[in-house]
Design a protein around this ligand. Structure first.
Ligand code: SAM
Length: 333
């Protein structure tokens, strides 16, 4: 390990459960110095500054302006970031590109509001498409950014985060285009069985999402650049909310099962998906469907839940028209 390196002077608190050191992934990374339990907060950090613009509109001038307003110590730390994985950074946009994260609530992001925060320490963590931590979007740019462990992390294990929020539905090639570097994580190692099945799983996850929400990852419906549903009738049914209620629940459960298989089903994800599952399960008007849904949700594993619910896949339900109408009204709002 180098005796001196600019990162060794970054303000990592003494009680942080990790250290910065060279990584087999690329450049330097953060490595656990003690066992970190699933769900534990790994690190909280305030951004050095926030630029309230979509990433592609941020200019070197914006970054320079923000930099100029920093106190001397923060300026010094910012300049330490230049010596990172991809070598010397010649311009301010690149420093921003390499060391910032989107800071906006999910709701803000859905409304197209985007802003980016510059983070000294979180940006030292390498990316993985199957990360062991998560960075939930904060509610405002000024808030602290927190990483959570999505599974137990052993001493010495590299702490990784996923740099993008929609990778669960994107195959390797698309992820690399978005990242603008070739990722070396286990879901990206070409030719391996894991990588091949991972691509299929992620396409299916995206398709399940389309069938329920009639929107692709880019938010588009009809004019989606990469339609994931090849069957025109099925696509039309999704877009006109004519997917049977029973199938709707199976699609939602299949997505959960695929996320679990892919190593992407953490508690935060589950917390965001479960209310929809429970809501669909309560909507059945046909008693037999309601019974199957109850039985399925009482199972102990997602594979058992999916198998039990598959029993009513495609069957009609008395409430289907009413649910379709309320979904239409919701989406027109
Ligand atoms: C924010 S830096 C991460 C920390 C970086 N390793 C360092 O030494 O400062 C982001 C850069 O690290 C590299 N990197 C991060 N995750 C990677 C991965 N999974 N595979 C390959 N390179 C990665 C890429 O060059 C990327 O542009």
């Amino acid at each position: 390990m180098p005796q001196d390196h600019p990162y060794l002077h970054l303000p990592v608190p003494a009680d942080a459960p990790f250290e910065l050191k060279p990584s087999p992934i690329n450049g330097w990374g953060a490595f656990a110095t003690r066992r970190i339990e699933q769900g534990a907060v790994i690190f909280s950090e305030k951004p050095l500054f926030v630029i309230p613009k979509p990433f592609e509109q941020i200019t070197g001038w914006d970054v320079r302006l923000a930099f100029q307003k920093l106190p001397p110590r923060s300026k010094q730390n910012f300049l330490r970031l230049r010596n990172h994985a991809s070598g010397h950074v010649a311009n301010m946009e690149s420093v921003m590109g390499e060391n910032s994260f989107q800071v906006a609530s999910e709701a803000d992001a859905e409304r197209g509001l985007r802003q980016y925060g510059m983070f000294l320490i979180h940006s030292r963590m390498n990316h993985s498409c199957v990360p062991n931590t998560k960075l939930p979007l904060t509610t405002t740019g000024a808030e602290e950014f927190r990483t959570y462990a999505v599974r137990d992390i052993a001493v010495g294990e590299e702490i990784t985060i996923c740099y993008k929020s929609d990778f669960e539905g994107r195959p390797r090639e698309e992820r690399h285009l978005a990242l603008q570097f070739e990722c070396h994580c286990k879901a990206c190692q070409l030719g391996t069985p894991y990588q091949r099945i991972s691509d299929i799983r992620r396409r299916l996850i995206r398709a399940m999402q389309y069938l329920r929400r009639r929107k692709d990852l880019d938010g588009q419906t009809d004019h989606s650049r990469s339609p994931v549903i090849a069957d025109p009738k099925l696509k039309r049914d999704a877009e006109t909310f004519n997917i049977p209620l029973t199938s709707r629940l199976v699609y939602a459960l299949l997505r959960i099962y695929l996320l679990e298989q892919e190593g992407l089903l953490d508690q935060l994800k589950l917390d965001s998906l479960l209310p929809t599952i429970r809501m669909i399960a309560k909507k059945f008007g046909t008693e037999e469907n309601a019974r199957i849904a109850r039985l399925a949700l009482a199972k102990g594993t997602w594979v058992d839940t999916l198998c039990a619910a598959f029993e009513f896949f495609g069957r009609p339900d008395k409430e289907v028209a009413r649910v379709a109408a309320s979904l239409r009204a919701l989406h027109e709002m």
